[in-house]
Design a protein around this ligand. Structure first.
Ligand SMILES: *Cc1c(COP(=O)(O)O)cnc(C)c1O
Length: 419
């Protein structure tokens, strides 16, 4: 038999009975997050950087903006990386404030800076013109960070694009001018940030990012006598969406960065320099699942399985052509001997969770699990075509399941309409 059953290649932490019971209380589609796995993974990242006293991960709130998830992050010692007013307010309400908040925004409004200043967040400016903009519209904070865009010096990848074509960050010349200008305007403590990749699976890439920032830190000290307090390597650690992908070796990143720290930062007299990250995807991505029911099958020029979730619940496949693995519950060990497109109900032909996917024969009523939806999944949901966003459930380490966001209703949909 030639068909390799792709559905067995990615293990699931739950079985059909568990999910089917949940559907009695929570109709599909819904998201479910595995808290135990999220916590274990968070501890792995912290352990990889245990050598750095000031290491901190600032969880990228946009990946999974739910207060219950943020609470878990807080308990694991993470801060939060925000880029909008709503994300700042969510952190405030969860009790993540002060320098546990990194505000890495772009094209930012004054009211958002005002909130970030009010919370005492570390503000990470995206452009040199925002130095006077922030100073004039709110005030010059004591601590400031700048986002560096290395342009043609780094390659980037498909999600974030080439750095020289990305809208983010300062050029190198602007960076040096920016630190001087901010110092003149009263800033006293400085950090340096970059984010040049997204969903990057090569651990060495992040070590090279550290090298780039460490070089800049040394050069900045020489040229301006500014000693940075931290470098922020950004987010972007990838996850193994495809069954054959290898997870990123976090220890390799931690050890590689330590080696460079000892070689570059210590001799330059810049120790202690805190190393920070702001990952989203690798923190929650693999531990969230979109559960959906097969409601129709259709056979025309191709074969289709229609499910009750759609691109409005998870837009990554439609938006980026991203691969999300799909398991059919109860058929985990069945041969993947049919080929189909798994589609939603939007009047958009890119509303497909999978194209030409080999799956075990899907029956109407089967429950499908769309894997690796824990980050940039529900968060990217939208209401186009009058589709409503689904519920989010948290599966706790004690085995209980808590609804942490209810499904939207028609009333929610009509709430903003004035008629
Ligand atoms: C989106 C984003 C992140 C998180 O990216 P992941 O790929 O989820 O790790 C971190 N920092 C900034 C500035 C971002 O825009």
């Amino acid at each position: 038999m030639s068909a390799v059953s792709s559905s067995v290649a990615k293990p699931l932490p739950f079985d059909e009975d568990f999910i089917r019971q949940l559907t009695e209380k929570y109709p599909t589609p819904f998201y479910i997050y595995d808290e135990r796995a999220i916590r274990e993974n968070a501890r792995r990242l912290n352990a990889a950087f245990a050598w750095c006293d000031g290491f901190q991960e600032y969880f990228a709130v946009k990946a999974t903006p739910n207060p219950h998830i943020l609470n878990i992050m807080k308990e694991e010692g993470f801060g939060a990386d925000c880029s909008s007013l709503a994300e700042l307010v969510m952190c405030e309400r969860v009790g993540i404030t002060g320098d546990d908040v990194m505000f890495t925004s772009n094209n930012t409004k004054a009211e958002e800076y005002a909130k970030a200043v009010e919370l005492g967040a570390i503000i990470n400016l995206d452009d040199i013109t925002h130095i006077p903009y922030l100073a004039d519209s709110v005030k010059m904070p004591e601590q400031l960070c700048f986002r560096y865009n290395p342009g043609p010096l780094r390659e980037g990848n498909t999600i974030i694009g080439k750095p020289e074509e990305a809208k983010y960050g300062f050029t190198k010349e602007q960076l040096f001018a920016g630190y001087r200008q901010a110092r003149e305007l009263g800033a006293k403590r400085f950090g340096l940030h970059t984010m040049v990749a997204s969903n990057e699976l090569n651990a060495e890439y992040f070590v090279e990012t550290a090298r780039m920032l460490f070089e800049l830190a040394v050069e900045l000290k020489k040229e301006t006598d500014i000693s940075l307090e931290f470098v922020n390597l950004g987010g972007g650690i990838g996850i193994p969406y495809r069954p054959g992908d290898q997870p990123v070796d976090l220890e390799h990143i931690g050890n590689g960065v330590k080696k460079l720290y000892d070689e570059m930062i210590k001799p330059a007299g810049l120790d202690p320099l805190n190393v920070l990250m702001e990952n989203g995807r690798c923190i929650t991505g693999p531990y969230g699942y979109l559960i959906t029911s097969a409601i129709h099958e259709k056979h025309i020029y191709k074969d289709y399985v229609g499910v009750d979730a759609c691109m409005a619940n998870l837009m990554r496949p439609g938006m980026y052509g991203a691969y999300h693995h799909i398991s059919v519950l109860g058929k985990e060990n069945a041969a993947a001997d049919t080929t189909c497109d798994v589609v939603g109900s939007l009047c958009e032909n890119n509303d497909k969770f999978a194209i030409d996917r080999k799956l075990p024969k899907v029956e109407i009523g089967d429950l499908l699990v769309i894997h690796d939806a824990g980050a940039h999944g529900h968060a990217m949901g939208f209401q186009y075509n009058g589709k409503l966003r689904s519920a989010e459930l948290l599966w706790k380490p004690d085995g209980s399941v808590q609804q942490i966001r209810r499904a939207e209703t028609l009333d929610d949909y009509f709430a903003t309409l004035d008629f």
